[in-house]
Design a protein around this ligand. Structure first.
Ligand code: ZN
Length: 237
């Protein structure tokens, strides 16, 4: 004869639910998601200053190219005036030619400067490309791990729903003051509020009770709620 078998069934169910909740909180897939999230943040932090450098140099290159284009247009205007017959005075023609030469020289200097900046960009761009390839790979790993994590959560949550419903049924079968004692012990003693007494050993704390205590416990009426003299858990005889 087992005393309070309904309490033992409830304890077994609670232990199973606790294990399931522990599994839910420590999913391997969650660890993978966390690791990939950290790697992604690190790679993005690594890319940020390199990208800023590439952007700044690119802006500098464009500005030089724009300036060169403006000068080129100006030189073309001067060249047109040289050949459209509107200027005939020798001195004025010479001045225009000098202007044109000077503008073309400035244009050439600006274009050379733009090429120099472009060459400076190249090594930064190569580094950035490498980091971006890594970011893409990590993002893909993260998406995959997140998908598997969510699938694992769905499975565990479905199991928990079934187990919680079963738990409610089992708890309803336990007398209310006994249930309250059990809940209090369970919350205080690592999730185990009731344990079998096997021989003289309490299966809650795994300590052998003194023979005299065990004898008193064994001899108590079946309806009595007895507790372990070592750990205080309800003993199921
Ligand atoms: Zn005990």
């Amino acid at each position: 004869m087992t005393t309070f078998p309904e309490l033992l069934a409830l304890q077994a169910q609670d232990t199973a639910i606790d294990q399931l909740r522990h599994r839910r909180a420590h999913l391997d897939e969650q660890a993978e998601v966390d690791a990939a999230t950290n790697q992604l943040a690190a790679a993005q932090a690594e890319a940020a200053p390199v990208r800023a450098e590439v952007d700044a140099l690119t802006a500098q290159q464009r500005s030089l190219e724009d300036e060169a284009a403006t000068i080129e247009a100006k030189a073309a205007g001067v060249e047109a005036r040289l050949y459209d017959g509107s200027v005939v005075a020798h001195k004025e023609l010479e001045d225009l030619q000098a202007d044109h030469r000077s503008l073309k020289a400035r244009q050439s200097n600006l274009e050379d400067a733009a090429i120099e900046v472009m060459e400076q960009i190249e090594p930064h761009r190569a580094v950035l490309d490498g980091i971006e390839v890594r970011i893409t790979e990590i993002a893909s790993t993260l998406a995959d791990a997140t998908e598997r994590r969510d699938a694992a959560l769905t499975v565990v949550d479905a199991e928990l729903e079934v187990d919680d419903a079963r738990r409610a049924e089992l708890a309803a079968a336990v007398e209310s003051s006994l249930l309250a004692t059990y809940e209090e012990l369970r919350s205080r003693l690592g999730g185990v509020g009731a344990a079998r007494l096997e021989g003289r050993r309490c299966m809650g704390c795994h300590i052998e009770l003194p023979s005299a205590d065990a004898q008193v416990i064994r001899g108590a009426p079946e309806s009595d709620v007895v507790t372990c003299t070592e750990c205080g858990r309800i003993l199921i005889r």
